[in-house]
Design a protein around this ligand. Structure first.
Ligand code: HEC
Length: 136
């Protein structure tokens, strides 16, 4: 009896994992990642304002970690829109990750203005994606 129950438990856990994979990246996950990205940006901004490299680095790491995970909403989109959305997401995410690294590097090398420049460019990438695919 015990063995059967264990078997059933393992079976239903597998089922949950399969269902999660079938549905892919959910809206909840996206919203969670987006909020974490915002937190990362805020921490970076705090670092600039308080002249604290550690905050800039930590914020950049948080931002990069979640940016690397994002996927666009494609429910109901046709093949064309779908591939456009994935391409755009990959491109914007890569830019954000690269800009975050550059911001840290510039700040470390005492080029605060260039670091801030990279920071504002990150925000622009966020807005590009929001304007193009957020409200499909
Ligand atoms: C792939 C394109 C894309 C990029 C790039 C992107 N976002 Fe988003 N963002 C979305 C979409 C789509 C939503 C709507 C979320 C939903 O309801 O599924 C969203 C929603 C949000 C929200 C609202 C979350 C909520 O609570 O409803 C915030 C905050 C946010 N994004 C921050 C950011 C920040 C900060 C960046 C840049 C570092 C960024 N986003 C880059 C697509 C993007």
């Amino acid at each position: 009896m015990k063995i059967i129950r264990k078997g059933l438990l393992a079976y239903s856990l597998t089922g949950v994992i399969l269902i999660n994979n079938a549905f892919g990246y959910s809206q909840e996950e996206r919203i969670k990642d987006m909020r974490a990205m915002e937190d990362g940006l805020q921490q970076m901004q705090k670092g600039f304002l308080y002249n604290n490299l550690q905050d800039i680095q930590k914020g950049a790491e948080l931002l990069k970690k979640h940016t690397a995970k994002i996927e666009p909403p494609v429910e109901g989109a046709d093949e064309f829109k779908r591939s456009y959305a994935y391409d755009l997401t990959k491109r914007e995410a890569n830019k954000i990750i690269k800009l975050a690294d550059e911001a840290v590097k510039e700040y470390k090398e005492h080029r605060a203005r260039q670091a801030m420049n990279n920071f504002t460019k990150i925000l622009k990438q966020c807005m590009t994606c929001h304007a193009r695919i957020r409200k499909w």
